[in-house]
Design a protein around this ligand. Structure first.
Ligand code: ADP
Ligand code: MG
Length: 482
């Protein structure tokens, strides 16, 4: 984009994360995804007159966990507010949310783009209930309503306008997804809508302090779509400005079939939701003791763990970052490190061949069949020279990855993959190789040392790949130099 020099994009993201509680935010209805429509609803979810909501303590705890992990200030005096608007999937006519007292204020989330790290400032994290779902694509003439989702607890994580490119937005949502999964407060499943993102995008001339007019792209359901929609919006807005037009404040939607966005509605400066404290829910106060208890129960966070992996296991920054991709991965690494001290090799296996295998079969480290102690065996056998890494990766791993076979030496014997490093046998093969090429021996001895490869090749062939290549070449050199 040639105009990139003149314009700067400014982005603020609102991420909704469904909290992984068993029941809803204000009643005991289940929150399972994919249940038959309208089977997880009660008078409270439906907003029937006289029904009384009651706050789910677990949801409050999860929201505080996220806030603590993001260095937010936990707001102690909280109340829920009614955000009034009409929508077919909002049976009560209002959504219970937080208004002036988001449970977490401020904070930040570290993102990495390339090898640059930077903190994105948060505005707030607040608790609210989800709405139901309007389904437009089942009946040709009617919109159907499924209220199962209504009342599911959400946290909404809102940034300051502090993101400046589609890549940064991509990194930010990636980081949020990792963090909520790490904390165990949300499954992070974007296809099922457990994590959804609205992107607010504006552009302004470089150096300009005032924010440009924004558009809000609603309900992005993959990290890729967050990036694509922002890329599209930035280009579109610059084009409008370049051709002398002005940006209209709009709510837009993303069309994943061609990576464009289209307008849903023009947005007034501020919607009037007539917020007021929900009279059915008592304000709640969080004590320092309670907040501290939650703090003590937090798992070690990815950044701190990365440092630990580097000092305790001497991993490179790169390996440590990759291993910290998810809690499952770290747990598997640490479990394996209990059985071997070749930590570098554990990382190589986990980030190389095993990761490819997991991608292929659609599993992750939490459900990998290959057990940590067996991976450690594999590493030990390779270190002892019984076969090499590439044989291990291409021939042995596929046999043991599902965890059914655990005796690696038996597998290697069966496939005839064990290297022979017994001195007598090796000598026999080496002698045979030398005897097969008398003229090459003379050339070698005259100084054509490069021919060693040819002899090694001959040993390989004669031994049908079973000769330990390091030992064999040592022996070859010894004999040829005599
Ligand atoms: P609303 O509730 O109407 O969506 P908010 O003021 O809560 O509006 O802002 C929502 C998000 O939009 C925040 O992440 C904020 O940083 C971002 N934002 C606000 N103005 C702009 C702008 N001009 N350009 C980019 N992002 C913006
Ligand atoms: Mg918004």
């Amino acid at each position: 984009m040639t105009e990139g020099k003149q314009y700067e994009a400014v982005i603020g993201l609102e991420v909704h994360a469904q909290l992984a509680t068993k029941s809803k935010l204000f009643c005991s209805d289940a929150t399972n995804f994919g249940a038959a429509p309208n089977t997880q609803i009660s008078p409270i979810t439906m907003g029937h007159p006289g029904s009384l909501p009651k706050t789910n303590k677990k949801a409050v705890e999860f929201a505080i966990k996220m806030g603590l992990a993001c260095n937010s200030t936990i707001v102690k005096e909280n109340y829920f507010a009614r955000k009034n608007y009409f929508y077919p999937d909002l049976p009560k006519g209002y959504q219970i949310s937080q208004h002036t007292t988001p449970i977490c204020a401020g904070g930040n989330i570290q993102i990495k783009v390339g090898d640059q790290k930077r903190y994105v400032q948060l505005n707030r994290i607040h608790l609210e209930e989800d709405a139901g779902k309007s389904i437009h694509d089942i009946d040709p003439t009617h919109t159907l309503i499924d209220l199962n989702r209504a009342g599911t607890p959400l946290i909404e994580i809102v940034t300051e306008p502090d993101i400046f490119s589609a890549e940064e937005a991509f990194a930010y949502v990636t980081e949020i997804r990792k963090l909520v999964q790490w904390l165990g407060i949300c499954d992070g499943n974007m296809e099922e809508g457990s994590l959804r993102c609205d992107a607010n995008v504006s552009v302004r001339l470089k150096g300009e302090k005032k924010l440009g007019t924004r558009v809000e792209v609603k309900n992005l359901n993959s990290i890729r779509n967050v990036k694509k929609s922002i890329e599209y919006e930035i280009a579109r807005m610059i084009e409008v400005l370049e051709s002398g037009g002005t940006i209209t404040q709009q709510t837009r939607s993303f069309d994943a079939s061609n990576d464009t966005t289209f307008p849903l509605r023009d947005k007034e400066e501020a919607n009037d939701y007539r917020y007021f404290p929900d009279p059915d829910l008592a304000p709640f106060v969080l004590s320092d003791t309670y907040i501290n208890e939650i703090k003590l129960g937090l798992p070690i966070l990815p950044d701190a763990l990365e440092e630990k992996l580097m000092t305790q296991y001497q991993l490179s920054r790169y390996d440590a970052t990759q291993i910290c991709e998810s809690l499952n991965t770290v747990q598997y690494f640490e479990a394996t490190a209990k059985h071997t001290s070749n930590y570098k090799s554990v990382a190589n296996w986990m980030l190389g061949p095993i990761k490819s295998y997991l991608n292929e079969v659609g599993l992750d480290y939490s459900n990998l069949g290959l057990q940590p102690n067996i991976l450690a065996d594999l590493i030990r056998i390779i270190d002892a020279g019984q076969f090499n890494f590439s044989v291990g990766a291409s021939k042995i791993l596929p046999q043991i990855a599902d965890g059914k076979k655990t005796d690696i030496l038996a597998v290697a014997t069966e496939l005839n993959l064990l290297q022979v490093n017994d001195a007598d046998t090796l000598e026999k093969w080496v002698d045979a190789a030398i005897a097969s090429m008398p003229d090459k021996v003379i050339e070698y001895q005259k100084g054509k040392k490069g021919l060693i490869g040819l002899f090694i090749g001959a040993v390989k062939k004669i031994s049908q790949g079973q000769a330990d290549p390091n030992k064999a070449s040592e022996l070859l050199i010894q004999k040829l130099n005599k």
